[in-house]
Design a protein around this ligand. Structure first.
Ligand SMILES: Nc1ncnc2c1ncn2[C@@H]1O[C@H](COP(=O)(O)OP(=O)(O)O)[C@@H](O)[C@H]1O
Ligand SMILES: N[C@@H](CCC(=O)OP(=O)(O)O)C(=O)O
Length: 389
């Protein structure tokens, strides 16, 4: 090979999320050596020319340590107050460690609303791009202190996948307190089988229990939801042990460590990724087989004639989920009618709409430009659809 044909890997965008269970020991002592190795790993990725984002939990855990609380608070206002104590201390630890390596960092605190509103979403995207240009590593957390229940990500696994989708990342790494995904919770079931590669989320048949460790939020359920968001945005994902952050470098070099998830074909533009993942759906539209075929095979828009039922309360331009008759999720999109209007025109031809409503409306209920097909229909079905019997 000639000297000019470089074998250096091209610059990639890499999002790394670390959970409370890896950042703290017994929930309240900061795991300094883990943090130091994480900081070294991320700085070395940055020095190799990659664009790096860290999504770090730990505000509540570090806040508890500072206040001498031995249990994670349950009441929302207590959690918000404790997070306000912990977030500053967490950033101080990161800044001290990154400063040793002369790596500048930034704090980015987000709420769900920031990614739901298109203008804020685009602004967040621009801020990340500027930070990359300045060679800064952004450190992201949920803005716990202000997030109200209905506008919470709730867990940083989902947040990290949405951030990865926002910036069009190549990789999402979830660092946690187990070395990989198993067929069942390895703490409860020592016979659980390790899983190293997931080609299609829908093929997974595993037991994830209903919670994580005492200090974590969401356990494996939210990590699989993150995998759904990330892989459907064309991002490759890995779950690996937070005790060995340097495994990130080995995985990037091709070692089969942790559990790795294959990326699916990604929506071809950022706006479609926003429709698929940034928005929280307010409605569910149930389609007849003809409409299912039209949107999933023929690339057509959704017309009122193909809708058999609707659920939820939504306004025009809200995000809705398109399902088949069994509630299987097929696509997400922006709807052109509110739920009251749609209730009157469902099952009817487009040419009848103006007569029924008394005014001219759009010919389509969801235009194909505002519709994103689910690349792994079976995978999405893991998440129960709100509003379904
Ligand atoms: N099938 C499974 N495979 C691996 N871990 C599982 C599984 N089901 C549940 N878990 C639990 O998920 C926990 C990790 O989730 P969590 O505590 O929320 O971590 P983090 O703080 O890193 O987000 C593990 O400690 C493990 O007990
Ligand atoms: N925003 C919260 C983290 C919530 C969360 O998802 O925690 P974890 O399951 O430990 O990643 C905090 O900083 O404590």
């Amino acid at each position: 090979m000639s000297a000019s044909s470089s074998t250096a890997p091209p610059s990639q965008t890499i999002v790394v999320k670390i959970g409370t269970s890896s950042l703290t020991r017994d929930g309240n002592q900061t795991a300094l050596s883990v943090l130091a190795r994480l900081v070294e790993t991320l700085s070395s990725l940055q020095n190799q020319g990659h664009q790096v984002i860290l999504v770090s939990s730990g505000a509540v855990g570090v806040g508890c340590a500072r206040l001498g609380l031995t249990e994670r608070p349950k009441a929302i206002e207590q959690k918000q107050a404790v997070a306000a104590v912990g977030q500053g201390r967490l950033m101080r630890i990161y800044d001290d460690l990154f400063t040793v390596l002369e790596q500048p960092i930034a704090q980015v605190l987000l709420t769900r609303n920031d990614l739901m509103q298109r203008s804020r979403y685009v602004n967040s995207y621009r801020t990340f791009q500027q930070l990359f240009k300045l060679n800064v590593i952004p450190i992201v957390n949920e803005n716990d202190t202000v997030a109200v229940d209905e506008l919470k990500f709730g867990d940083n696994d989902t947040l990290s996948a949405l951030v990865a989708s926002l910036v069009g990342a190549d990789w999402l790494f979830l660092l946690t307190d187990v070395d990989r995904l198993y067929s069942a919770d390895p703490r409860a079931n020592p016979e659980a089988e390790p899983i190293t590669w997931v080609q299609h989320l829908g093929d997974l048949d595993i037991d994830v229990g209903d919670r994580g460790s005492a200090w974590g939020t969401g356990g494996m359920i939210t990590k699989l939801e993150a995998a759904r968001i990330a892989t459907s945005s064309g991002i490759r994902m890995a779950i690996t042990n937070g005790q060995s952050p340097e495994n990130i470098l080995k995985i990037l070099a091709g070692e089969p460590l942790g559990t790795q998830f294959a990326p699916q074909p990604k929506p071809n533009n950022a706006r479609k990724r926003w429709i698929a993942n940034g928005l929280a759906p307010n409605g569910w539209l149930y389609l007849d087989p003809g409409a299912v075929r039209a949107i999933s095979q023929d690339g057509k828009s959704l017309l009122s004639a193909g809708i058999t039922d609707i659920k939820g309360q939504f306004q025009a331009q809200d995000a809705v989920v398109l399902c088949d008759r069994n509630g299987q999720e097929l696509a997400r999109g922006l709807v052109n009618y509110n739920h009251y209007e749609l209730q009157q025109i469902l099952g009817r031809r487009s040419s009848e709409i103006s007569m029924i409503l008394g005014y001219d409306g759009a010919d389509t209920v969801v235009h194909r430009d505002n519709l994103v097909l689910n690349p792994d229909v079976a995978g999405l079905a893991m998440k129960p659809l709100v509003g379904e019997e």
